[in-house]
Ligand binder design. Structure first.
Ligand SMILES: [Mg+2]
Length: 235
């Protein structure tokens, strides 16, 4: 391992952990004046979220403006319920964004891993998809910039993973060939399969230990459950 590309959400940062609770709290805070039962809205939002993010084209478009995406999710949920509540979707989305931001924390071993790799002089690039404002805020709030030689955010760069240009740009910034670099992340296609096709080694972060899906087209070079295992791999 001569260089490392690292994903942000659900690899370094516990991005998904606070989502369910934040929806419950946001609906609880915003619903009372609308006459809509918050529990019913939360349940409908849960169904709507899966449907909303499952469409790859919509996902690609909407992830560049997350507050807008959350508002659209609530609007679709209200539509499913056949309810009209002016201003509610926007209020819930904003409230949810604040709660979600508060709930996000780095995984406990993340800074130790980055510090160790940095101390050993490992060139590193952070490669993350999504909304420029949100991703930049996460990086600043959790003081991650100092660990990386390059930071690629989809919303700033113009294209995201799994576009080849993203990995190539990161490798150029680090001054290494694809075969000298590894990438780690929780998304099988974006963080493992696509980089492997370019010649990088792909490490899949499987925190939940669920294992590969049956007949997975992507076969990671390594599967890890914690960044401590990555620190050991880099030795
Ligand atoms: Mg991720």
């Amino acid at each position: 391992m001569k260089a490392l590309l690292v994903d942000l959400d659900d690899t370094l940062l516990d991005y998904s952990g606070g989502a369910d609770r934040s929806w419950v709290e946001a609906c609880g805070a915003c619903c009372p004046t609308s006459g809509i039962d918050p529990a019913v809205l939360v349940a409908t939002i849960a169904e709507t979220r899966r449907w909303f993010w499952d469409d790859p084209e919509r996902q690609r478009r909407e992830r560049l403006n997350m507050v807008g995406a959350w508002q659209h999710i609530v609007e679709f949920a209200l539509e499913r319920l056949g309810r009209s509540a002016p201003g509610l979707a926007e209020a819930v989305a904003r409230d949810y964004g604040v709660r979600r931001r508060e709930a996000m924390t780095l995984f406990p071993e993340a800074l130790g891993c980055l510090t160790d790799l940095r101390r050993r002089g490992m060139p590193m690039a952070l490669v993350t998809n999504g909304d420029a404002t949100q991703q930049r805020d996460k990086i600043e709030r959790h003081r991650l910039a100092g660990y990386f030689d390059a930071i690629l955010i989809e919303g700033e760069f113009g294209v995201g993973k799994p576009e080849t240009a993203v990995y190539r740009h990161a490798l150029n910034a680090l001054g290494v060939a694809p075969t000298e670099a590894w990438m780690v992340g929780d998304h099988l296609e974006w963080d493992v399969g696509a980089p492997q096709q370019l010649g990088l080694r792909g490490v899949w972060m499987d925190r939940g230990g669920r294992g590969l899906p049956p007949n997975s087209a992507v076969q990671p070079h390594r599967i890890i459950r914690s960044l401590d295992e990555l620190t050991a791999l880099a030795r």
